[in-house]
Design a protein around this ligand. Structure first.
Ligand SMILES: [Zn+2]
Ligand SMILES: [Zn+2]
Length: 413
């Protein structure tokens, strides 16, 4: 489903047991933390590659289950064509196994059914994921005219396995208990995974500060966990917590909330974008590039939290054009901070979008962007101060205003 309305979004939930006490826990697909309300355990969720879920077949099915993978993608999708940039929230669940005749999409099941994690103990057999079918997702996300450029900024990417079973030479949908296609046994072995790798399972990492042992702080969808005791920030990487650098900008009189942003530098092939002077030329800013501008490094800015596609695009452009600086500290003592919900890897996807937005020579831009190659050379998590008003948050210096509701909407994306 591709739409620009937030109400039509579908969200999946996952049933699991607390690894500590076995109590049932219900997770949202955007959750990074499992918090057990019974034993108070808090754990960081981790998987090798995308999370693999399955739709559990009804209990009374005694047949061998064949699980067929659907690739799930949710995120922001932008199409650039000359001066026009169009955008959507994309929400897709597409068949990614080469089995002709099966439903192309999972359709409207999320409201009713809960997912479970695939584990090495899951009974049944699994169809292979056909990576050639990835293009289908890209094609499905195309909504602009042909010849337009496309950027995607992901939110959820996972695999959902739907259950089927064989009966009387036909394949049945195990949930609807309806035959879907005739089934030729001969081709079966080629389609199925021979072994299920052990890494097909969710793993859990303790959320105690590796530095001082304090309980790390973070909302359930937070990617970065904070230690309020030793003033450090942590991210989960390769199954352990890794410390990351951050900076908290000061400023503003009155109650503040700090919103997180990724500040990035990149080497971009085919265009020089290293200094503020380069930006002045690229965007035709109403300034003359001086030698001192040549020495000021250029940073790309992206929100490190989810925002609706229009605001996300506007802020990447505005902040990159503004190049916010100022006084910073390396402690969030006393600061109220908004959780980081967008990983750096996704934020990097906003760099071509910012270039598309800022570059004045649109013909050159349409030539440059399709084969754009860039290497991230530096990144920092920067918390920017926003004044809290009754309905809005305001960044005084940059003149950025966000309705508090829009921030809540973003959190649901
Ligand atoms: Zn528990
Ligand atoms: Zn600590």
């Amino acid at each position: 489903m591709i739409s620009d309305s937030y109400n039509s979004r579908e969200s999946w939930q996952i049933e699991h047991q607390c690894p500590q006490c076995g109590a049932p826990v219900l997770l949202d697909e955007t959750d990074h933390l499992l918090a057990c309300s019974y034993c108070r355990t808090k754990l960081y969720l981790l998987s090798q590659g995308p999370f693999r879920y399955r739709l559990p077949p009804p209990l009374e099915t005694a047949k061998e289950i064949l699980y067929v993978p659907y690739r799930r993608y949710r995120g922001l999708s932008y199409q650039v064509r000359g001066r026009n940039i169009d955008y959507r929230v994309a929400d897709l669940n597409l068949l990614t196994a080469p089995v002709k005749g099966l439903p192309f999409s999972l359709g409207l099941r999320p409201q009713v059914l809960k997912l479970k994690f695939v584990s090495p103990e899951t009974e049944g057999r699994f169809a292979k994921v056909d990576s050639a079918l990835r293009d289908l997702v890209e094609t499905a996300l195309q909504f602009g005219p042909s010849g337009s450029l496309q950027f995607m900024i992901g939110d959820v990417e996972s695999l959902i396995y739907a259950p089927f079973y064989r009966e009387d030479g036909r394949l049945f949908d195990a949930i609807l208990k309806r035959p879907v296609i005739p089934w030729d046994e001969g081709s079966l072995e080629d389609l199925l995974e021979q072994d299920r790798p052990l890494d097909w399972q969710v793993r859990f990492v303790s959320t105690l500060c590796p530095h001082c042992g304090w309980d790390l702080q973070g909302e359930k969808d937070a990617l970065v966990l904070l230690c309020r005791n030793c003033q450090t920030a942590w991210i989960c990487k390769n199954s352990s917590l890794e410390k990351i650098d951050f900076s908290v900008m000061t400023g503003g009189e009155g109650p503040l909330v700090h919103l997180p942003f990724w500040r990035m530098r990149a080497d971009i092939e085919g265009v020089r974008l290293q200094s503020y002077a380069d930006l002045i030329r690229l965007a035709n800013l109403p300034k003359i590039a001086t030698p001192s501008h040549e020495a000021v490094p250029l940073y790309f800015w992206s929100p490190a939290f989810k925002l609706n596609p229009a605001l996300f695009m506007r802020w990447t452009r505005q902040m990159t054009a503004y190049q916010p600086g100022g006084q910073a500290k390396e402690t969030f003592e006393g600061a109220s901070v908004h959780p980081v919900t967008m990983p750096l890897a996704d934020a990097v996807g906003s760099i071509p979008l910012a270039i598309a937005n800022l570059m004045m020579d649109k013909r050159k831009m349409m030539k440059l962007l399709p084969d754009l190659r860039m290497t991230l050379t530096d990144a920092l998590l920067v918390y920017q101060p926003f004044l809290v008003r009754r309905n809005e948050l305001i960044h005084e210096k940059m003149g950025l205003v966000i309705h508090r509701k829009a921030l809540a909407f973003g959190a649901e994306l």
